[in-house]
Design a protein around this ligand. Structure first.
Ligand code: AMP
Length: 541
């Protein structure tokens, strides 16, 4: 027998201890109304100890879910570290979800505590009473608490709790690296949102992968600006990777418009910043108009939707490199990044840069065709991309959804090719959801609402390319004989049923929804018809 290495668990506790100790003077800065406020990682470490003690006093002594309803800021980082490090489960709530979804998610996860930014109280107040398992609400930062008063929950001030708690916490030594550390729900599927549970081990390995040179090469010379929200797939793992690598953090809080972002970039000079294409499009427009200097950025990881070539070239002209990356909430999320291989130059290098990137070591990817037949990874065969690996979810929380898992592989719902050298190119999406500005819109939900209108016989909603939002819904509708509903009336009908930003702007009346051989709506045919200009599109004002 061989003697091998020590069995040392890979945990967030160890990331937290390491980062806040050896990079004690490293800094997290948070953008505010008047400048930035700064806190050293050492200080964060002490506050994390206080937060853990405070949570323990509120009854967190196992794998209870502690939810956050927060922007990207230093306090959210503290929750990111304290909650998993003490053995509990961090549940990041997406503040942009429709109230019904938020209520469903908090109840499904059985959240017990919610930490909320004062500026988000009005949004939380709409749903808090219905969050049945929540007992305590901790308010961070200034904000009028009155709207929470009749929620039936116990309210606390974040700073008061920390001030009253000791800074040394008895961190558990024996955390099982496979135990749940955090969870995040995705609405990028049909039906109810699905809970993805991250383990300590998956987060640790994902963070290490983010730090490798073939991903972001994050290290202690970097300053990282996560614009991608910490409530969406761990802000792409940027906060944990930064603490692991000793990279400084610049948190944008609620200042996510182009102007404050550009100003923060010019004054604080971050080196890495991740956001969806919609944000960078706006930043590019603003930077061009104002001659802004973004050159401190050495790398801009961008994904969540396909990155338009014009955006990448526009950033190149400003001396900033966009790195196209792909992933999902279910993949922690970073799964691939598009660094062209060393031999590629000119147009060939651009082709690589425009791909969804080469998948990381620790993961495996394959292409699957009709009848679940595995197709060759030859860069030609098109099928659904399936993925498995150390930071890929194998099941949803309390929700079997066997349709999404296949022999231990995750069916991504993304359609495309994989080349022999490991690059993914996405050509289509099999899942019935539309991604607009980084947030999901369920086409099925829109269709169901539309088909409940007395004038509508059939309705199929597809995602179509949009310059600003990456994708927007286009509603195609078949009216019943003699029915007279107009696009404006149908839009008005939907307005009472879904969030405003989900309402389709574009409508087409058709005589029949094209069907597949098994009688399903053929969204692909509709997309092709739209691309060929065969749909008469109206835009009611
Ligand atoms: P989410 O779980 O909300 O992060 O969404 C993941 C989904 O976003 C993927 O399955 C894709 O459909 C889409 N997506 C993410 N990155 C890209 C990309 N680089 N190109 C095209 N689609 C992407």
């Amino acid at each position: 027998m061989f003697s091998t290495m020590q069995d040392f668990p890979l945990t967030i506790t160890s990331i937290m201890r390491y980062g806040t100790t050896v990079y004690d003077s490293c800094e997290v800065a948070t953008v505010t109304d008047d400048g930035v406020r700064r806190r050293s990682y050492g200080e964060v470490g002490r506050r994390v100890g206080r937060l853990a003690n405070a949570l323990r006093r509120l009854g967190v002594d196992g794998d209870q879910r502690v939810a956050t309803f927060m922007w990207n800021n230093a306090e959210h980082l503290e929750a990111y570290l304290a909650v998993p490090a003490m053995g509990a489960v961090l549940h990041t709530l997406n503040i942009r979800l429709f109230p019904d979804q938020l209520i469903y998610i908090a109840n499904h996860a059985e959240d017990e505590i919610v930490v909320v930014d004062g500026s988000l109280i009005p949004l939380l107040a709409r749903v808090l009473r219905e969050m049945k398992t929540v007992r305590h609400v901790i308010v961070s930062g200034p904000g009028d608490r009155a709207p929470l008063a009749d929620s039936g929950k116990e309210l606390h001030s974040y700073e008061d709790l920390l001030a009253a708690a000791p800074e040394t916490f008895d961190w558990p030594e024996e955390i099982d690296e496979r135990q749940a550390a955090a969870m995040c729900y995705t609405s990028g599927t049909t039906g109810n949102p699905k809970g993805v549970v991250y383990s300590h081990r998956s987060m640790f390995l994902h963070s290490m992968s983010v730090c490798t040179g073939n991903a972001m090469g994050m290290n202690q010379t970097d300053k990282v600006l996560p614009v991608v929200p910490m409530f969406h797939a761990n802000a792409w793992g940027l906060p944990y990777a930064a603490v692991m690598a000793g990279a400084a953090l610049l948190m944008p809080d609620r200042f996510l418009q182009a102007e404050p972002l550009v100003k923060a970039i010019e004054s604080e000079r971050p080196t890495i910043s991740g956001a969806v294409p919609t944000i960078w499009n706006d930043v590019l427009r603003y930077a061009r108009e104002h001659g802004s200097d973004l050159t401190s950025l050495r790398l801009v990881p961008c994904g969540g939707s396909a990155v338009p070539e014009s955006l990448m070239r526009g950033f190149d002209e400003l001396g900033v490199r966009i790195l196209h990356a792909w992933g999902m909430t279910e993949t922690s999320p970073l799964a691939s990044a598009a660094h062209p291989p060393i031999h590629a130059s000119g147009d060939e290098a651009w082709r690589y840069r425009m791909s969804q990137g080469r998948y990381m070591c620790g993961l495996e990817v394959r292409v699957v065709g009709d009848g679940d037949v595995v197709l060759p990874s030859d860069g030609q065969s098109v099928g659904e991309i399936e993925i498995r690996g150390a930071w890929i979810t194998g099941a949803y929380h309390k929700d079997e959804d066997p349709g999404r898992f296949h022999d231990g592989w995750l069916r991504t719902g993304d359609v495309g090719t994989v080349s022999p050298d490991g690059f993914l190119v996405l050509t289509d999406r099999a899942k019935d959801v539309i991604k607009s500005g980084g947030e999901w819109i369920s086409s099925v939900e829109l269709e169901n609402h539309l088909m409940s209108h007395p004038d509508v016989l059939e309705a199929a909603v597809i995602g179509i390319p949009d310059e600003k939002w990456a994708e927007r819904p286009l509603a195609t509708v078949v009216l019943r004989a003699d029915a007279t509903a107009t696009a404006a009336e149908l839009r008005e009908f939907l307005a009472g049923r879904v969030a405003k930003w989900q309402l389709p702007e574009r409508w087409a009346f058709i005589s029949e929804v094209p069907k597949t051989s098994v009688g399903k709506f053929s969204k692909r045919t509709l997309r092709d018809m739209y691309a060929a200009g065969d749909l008469e599109v109206q835009q009611p004002s």
